[in-house]
Design a protein around this ligand. Structure first.
Ligand SMILES: O=C(CO)COP(=O)(O)O
Length: 137
């Protein structure tokens, strides 16, 4: 992985406030990464923290999860932080499943709730500069 490591950040609608709070409290750590996010999530993070380098892709239901999945398959994402909503049915549930599946296939750290994201972001040395498994597949 050349250059700065990249982190993918996504939150479903009911979890977006929590992800913005998480981003605020870890702004210094997040500033060391290039951030990729689904559309609305990326807009919310950029609005709250304009100094961060956030690339906002398409909104999740319009293909954003799949775009993040493609970046993972290309070996461009060091870790995924995805605040999922476990209580609301999603029209693009299959895309969410495909994304989390790819994170498992390529064995990147994946935090699906705030408790795990807290642990992950406190240990960037464990993953930020790792040789990505995609290079071996
Ligand atoms: O739906 C999402 C992830 O599945 C998130 O998409 P948005 O960030 O565009 O709301």
């Amino acid at each position: 992985m050349a250059g700065r490591p990249a982190l993918a950040m996504i939150a479903h609608d009911n979890e977006k406030d929590d992800l913005v709070t998480f981003a605020r409290s870890h702004a210094e750590r997040l500033a060391r990464f290039d951030l990729f996010a689904t559309g609305t999530t990326g807009a919310r993070i950029s609005e709250a923290l304009p100094a961060l380098n956030v690339t906002a892709l398409k909104s999740g239901p319009l293909g954003g999860d799949q775009q993040i999945g493609a970046l993972i398959a290309e070996g461009r994402i060091a870790a995924l932080i995805f605040f999922i909503d476990p209580l609301t049915p999603m029209p693009h549930d299959v895309d969410v499943k495909a994304l989390t599946r790819l994170a498992v296939v390529y064995d990147i750290p994946m935090a699906l709730n705030a408790a795990t994201a807290e642990i992950l972001i406190r240990h960037p040395g464990e993953f930020a500069n790792a040789t990505h498994p995609a290079e071996d597949l």
